[in-house]
Write a protein that binds this ligand. Structure first.
Ligand code: ATP
Ligand code: MG
Ligand code: MG
Length: 520
C-alpha cells in the first residue's frame, strides 16, 4: 500500500538545498540594456482525478452549481479525517517521472496555516518539508534551455470566494476545496519573459501527455506564480531580490506581467533604491504589477506536520510499475513528427490540441490529434495529410466554434478524402466542400460516396466541363476575343468564371486545356 501507519520522523528543514544559483550566463536584451533578468516559476496544476485529494467527493468543473461537491471533510467539519487518494499519488508520480525527477520513497504532509474564508479548516495540507519528488528537469523545445525543477509537492486546492462589488457579502463556493494540486517549483533558470512562456507551454504539454492535468490556464486548472529579479549584466553571480507575482492565469498575461515587473525593478534600482522582496498582483488592464504584501507583512504560516496523515511511503516496485506504463512524452513525439517531414509549427498545432492521452478522455473519436494524424498518415504523404488536418479541418472547426473533441469526421473519412484529391478524382475545392459537408451534417458517409452524390467526381465533370467552358466564353466575349488574338493572360479571367459557375467542381488544369482547345 502507499502509506504505512508508522510514526513519522520529521525533519523540520527542507530536505535538500534550494536554488543552487547556477551557471547559465545572463542574456543581454535590447529591451533592458545592461540588465539581466531571472525568472523562477511555481506552477499549481490541478490533478485530473475524479475524486479530491483527501476525500471521496467528486472534483468539479466550473459549470457546477456552487457547493454541490462538498463533503463534511472538505467543509472541515469537526471529527472528519483525511484519507489520501491513491489516484492523485499515481498521477503525481507519472508527472515526476515525465520530468525526470527523483521520486522520494518517503515524503510527508504538513499544514500551512492561514485564515481566509475559502479555507474552512484554517490550514492547507501541503508537502513543505518533504515533497514527494525533487530534482527534475524540463527541456524547452525551441530554445533548448534546460529548466531544473526543484521539487513537486502534493497539496490541496482552496475553495473560491467572490465578493460583491459594493456590498458587504462574500460568497463562498467549496466545490474546489480539497481538489488535488501539484505544485511544481522551478529553479530560477529562465532568463526572459519568452522563456517563461515557453516553460509553461512545455509543462502543459507534459502534463497533458501523461494525463495528470488539463493544464488549462483559462479554466484555472493551471495557475502560475512568477518570481522575477533583475541584476547587472556584468555581475552574473549575484541575483537580485525577487518579487513574486501571484496567480497569473494566461500565458500572455504572464509575459506582460514579467516585462512590466522587470522594467519596474530596473527603474527602482536606477533611482538608487533597493527592490523590496514582496508579493505582487497583476492588473491586466493597466499592464502593471502592484504590491499585495511586503516581506514584513508576510504571513507566518506556522508549518507543522499533519498529525492525521502518516508519511507517504512509495516502494520502488510501485514507482517502476508506473515507469513501465508511461505514455510517449512530448519531446520524443515531436522528434518523430519532425522526422516525418512536418514543420515545427505543424507539430505544435497537433500537440497543443492533443487531448487523446488524457485520463478518462471520451471524445467522439477516442483519439487525440497526433493519433488521428498518425492513423490518416498511414500509407499517405504526411505533409499533405497534416495540411488537411491543420488548415482545413481545424480551420473549419474553429470557424464553427467547435473544438477537436467535437470533430465528427473519422480518420477513415479523412483518409478517403485525401486519396480522392491526391488521385485527382476530385479537385481540392471539391475536397473542401465535402469536408464542410461532413462537419455540417455529421454524416458517416465516406467522401467517395459523397463525391458521387454531390456530382463532384472529375469523370462526372467531363461533359459538364465543356458546357461550363462554353458558358464562360459566351459570358465574356471580349476576353475570349483577346485570348483568340494571343493574349493568354486574359484566359485566367475566363477560367475564374468557369470555376465560379462550376462551384469549384472543375479541375482548373483540365478547364484551362479545354478553354484553349475551344478558343484556338
Ligand atoms: N533571485 C531570484 N530571482 C527569480 N526567481 C527566484 C529567485 N530566487 C528564487 N526564485 C524562484 O522563486 C520560487 C520560490 O518558490 P518556493 O515555492 O520555493 O517559495 P516561496 O515562494 O517562498 O513559497 P510559497 O510556496 O509559499 O509561495 C522558485 O521558483 C525559485 O526558482
Ligand atoms: Mg511555492
Ligand atoms: Mg511562492
Amino acid at each position: 500500500m502507499l502509506a504505512s501507519r508508522g510514526r513519522a520522523i520529521f525533519k523540520l528543514t527542507p530536505c535538500y538545498s534550494r536554488y543552487v544559483h547556477q551557471s547559465r550566463d545572463p542574456i543581454p536584451d535590447k529591451r533592458w540594456p545592461g540588465w539581466a533578468v531571472v525568472v523562477g516559476i511555481e506552477v499549481h496544476a490541478q490533478i485530473k482525478s475524479r475524486e479530491k485529494l483527501f476525500s471521496d467527493t467528486w472534483t468539479s468543473t466550473l459549470s457546477q452549481e456552487p457547493n454541490t461537491r462538498v463533503s463534511a471533510y472538505d467543509a472541515a467539519f469537526p471529527g472528519t479525517l483525511p484519507r489520501l487518494n491513491p489516484k492523485c499519488v499515481e498521477l503525481g508520480v507519472r508527472t515526476a517521472l515525465a520530468l525526470g525527477a527523483k521520486v522520494q520513497h518517503r515524503s510527508a504532509f504538513d499544514r500551512k496555516h492561514y485564515f481566509y474564508p475559502d479555507l474552512p479548516s484554517g490550514y492547507q495540507i501541503t508537502q513543505h518539508y518533504a515533497p514527494f519528488a525533487t530534482n527534475g528537469t524540463l527541456r524547452l523545445p525551441k530554445s533548448a534551455v534546460e529548466v531544473r525543477i526543484t521539487q513537486i509537492q502534493l497539496e490541496q486546492d482552496t475553495g473560491k470566494s467572490t465578493s460583491e462589488a459594493h456590498g458587504s457579502t462574500t460568497y463562498i463556493d467549496l466545490n474546489r476545496a480539497g481538489t488535488g494540486l501539484m505544485e511544481i517549483v522551478s529553479e530560477p533558470d529562465m532568463r526572459s519573459p519568452e522563456e517563461a512562456a515557453e516553460y509553461v507551454r512545455a509543462l502543459q504539454s507534459v502534463l497533458r501527455s501523461v494525463g495528470s492535468s488539463d493544464g488549462n490556464m483559462e479554466q484555472g486548472s493551471l495557475r502560475c506564480d512568477v518570481n522575477v529579479s533583475v541584476h547587472k549584466l556584468d555581475k552574473p553571480g549575484e541575483f537580485g531580490t525577487r518579487c513574486e507575482i501571484k496567480n497569473l492565469n494566461t500565458i500572455k498575461g504572464m509575459t506582460v506581467a514579467i516585462t512590466s515587473e522587470v522594467l519596474r525593478q530596473i527603474q527602482v534600482l536606477e533611482n538608487g533604491n533597493k527592490v523590496a522582496q514582496e508579493t505582487r498582483g497583476f492588473d491586466e488592464d493597466r499592464a502593471e504589477t502592484y504590491t499585495l504584501r511586503s516581506k514584513e507583512d508576510a504571513p507566518d504560516y506556522r508549518y507543522m506536520p499533519d498529525p492525521n496523515l502518516p508519511p507517504l511511503l512509495l516502494k520502488e516496485d510501485y514507482v517502476s510499475n508506473i515507469r513501465s506504463h508511461m505514455p510517449d512524452l512530448p519531446g520524443p513525439i515531436q522528434a518523430r513528427l519532425l522526422n516525418m517531414g512536418l514543420t515545427q509549427r505543424d507539430t505544435e498545432v497537433l500537440m497543443a490540441i492533443d487531448s487523446g492521452r488524457e485520463v478518462g478522455y471520451d471524445g467522439a473519436l477516442g483519439q487525440g490529434a497526433v493519433a488521428y494524424f498518425d492513423t490518416v498518415a498511414q500509407g499517405r504523404d504526411p505533409k499533405v495529410v497534416v495540411n488537411w488536418i491543420t488548415h482545413e479541418l481545424l480551420g473549419q472547426l474553429s470557424h464553427r466554434q467547435e473544438t477537436f473533441t467535437q470533430n465528427p469526421m473519422t480518420a477513415a473519412q479523412m483518409g478517403d478524402l485525401v486519396d480522392l484529391v491526391q488521385s485527382k478524382r476530385i479537385t481540392g475545392t471539391s475536397g473542401k466542400l465535402i469536408l464542410r459537408h461532413i462537419l455540417e451534417h455529421k454524416t458517416t458517409t465516406m467522401p467517395s460516396q459523397l463525391a458521387q452524390e454531390l456530382l463532384l467526381l472529375a469523370a462526372q465533370n467531363d461533359d459538364s466541363l465543356k458546357q461550363w467552358c462554353n458558358e464562360a466564353i459566351e459570358a465574356l466575349p471580349s476576353e475570349a476575343q483577346k485570348v483568340r488574338e494571343g493574349n493568354e493572360r486574359t484566359l485566367n479571367r475566363i477560367l475564374g468564371h468557369v470555376m465560379k459557375i462550376s462551384r469549384g467542381r472543375a479541375n482548373p488544369e483540365s478547364a484551362k486545356t479545354m478553354l484553349l482547345s475551344i478558343l484556338k
